[in-house]
Design a protein around this ligand. Sequence first.
Ligand SMILES: Cc1ncc(COP(=O)(O)OP(=O)(O)O)c(N)n1
Ligand SMILES: Cc1nc(C(=O)O)sc1CCOP(=O)(O)O
Ligand SMILES: [Mg+2]
Length: 514
Amino acid sequence: MQQPLTPAAQRVLDRATEIATTGQSSAVAPRHLLRSLLLEESRASEILGGFDVEISTVETVFPDEKSVPPVETTVESALTETVPFDEPSAWAIQEARHLAGIQGRHSEVGTEHLLWGLLVVDSDVSAWLREQGVQREELTQLVDEKTGFSAAPLETDVRIEFSQPNVSQRHNAMRIIDAAANRAREGVRVVEDYVRFISDDAHLSALLKSWRHDFAAAISAIAPHDLAAARDTLSDVGTTISTTAEAQRDSAAEVLQANLKRVQEAVRTLEEYGKILAADLGGQFEQLRYRFYTLEKSILSTLHNQARLAGRNLYLLVSEALCHHGSGPAIREALAGGVSIVQLREKEMPDRQLVEFGRRVRQWTREAGALYIMNDRPDLAVLTDADGVHVGQEELSLKDARRIVGTEKLVGVSTHTIEQARQAVVEGADYIGVGPVFSSTTKQFTDLAGLEFVRQVAAEITLPWYAIGGITADNIAQVAEAGATRVAVSSAVCSKENSQTAASQLMTALSNNR
Ligand SMILES: Cc1ncc(COP(=O)(O)OP(=O)(O)O)c(N)n1
Ligand SMILES: Cc1nc(C(=O)O)sc1CCOP(=O)(O)O
Ligand SMILES: [Mg+2]
């Protein structure tokens, strides 16, 4: 069923067409849609405002057209000569319809759905929106809030009884499905090769492999000989069409990006055309598509965080109670000794004092080019302009912490077992704490995760991780031997007479044992 457009969404499409036409573009592109969404006072412009995305910025970043005043009605625009929607815009509208469809059978396609479509379809605009911090998960949540429905796929859906497709419709659907299945299979292999050979990430490789197997199981519901019989490569007009962009890739990362999208688009085709063959096939591919989105997020987020935390190998947790001559001097000495992340871990300090001190730590770390993380409290991380927050297994969930600090700040998560570590990766942690490795004078533990846990994480996880718990200059070599390249410490630096010397000794030991 085609979901109807709300009047605001209709005005957005009309205005986008008008902007493209006035600017003498040959087609309506995503940049025209984005501009039009911002010009319309609507849910989408409200959401974009929340991310500080302004029309003036968009006009500077995508400058090729003159701005156009808001349209009053759709009649005028219908009278002018208009241009078609280009492929990404058409896909974005299709995605918007799809999201509105899974939110409820009678829901209309609103401007917030159009914005969602713009974000999930590969284009210069979606890349730019992501750079501005507009992320899929957060936007999905906002769209849910705006429409009052959940964007998660419906558990049970009313089954529509299809009339039996005739032989030729079935044959055409088979041809499309055969081609899309091959594209998805090939694409996922390319992604797997990147994650396996370039990222060297055993955990994400295993998740991709499991996805590939489930995909194969879904495809096997269609008899393989039927699919092969429908294949007719020689008369497939698409085999000779390729764009310049497809012929050239500047880096392995670009190959990865392109193939992540390729798989999603192919699975979307399977989802749509699968419905012609069997009512439940569409649902299976839809689930696979959502799972692939999550995988894409973990893969890209791992790469992003590796870059953000590159070279930040010594992480200090500071508590006033541990420091001989005050945590302020200890922090400044530690920064001079090579600490590149400082976490403020004060369990007893009154909030007002903590905020005041946090702002000072912000200043010192900024001057030293280091990061500043707030322990346990996302609210205070925001208030003190921290680079992130660290949460444990018993505290606010990663998802809730993220809701408070947003997508730009780091969210670190403590893990004590390999299952927790894997889960943190999939849920979107930016780094993880791995411990306790040894018994600690800073915090009492009944069970130690030990060096074995460090070995397990080293063997399969490439999201940045910090070994923690009782690490000192005397045992750091064992931790490095077990595979750690980054460590987090508290007493080994904080409680020393000279925190600078203590930090630089640990730095030297880390680099010697690499
Ligand atoms: C880098 C890092 N790793 C682990 C922890 C421990 O966090 P948590 O389990 O929440 O315990 P507390 O620090 O809150 O007592 C950490 N803080 N930092
Ligand atoms: C606060 C904390 N969390 C840990 C974990 O394993 O999650 S270990 C730890 C204490 C770290 O301090 P020190 O370096 O003085 O042992
Ligand atoms: Mg905690």
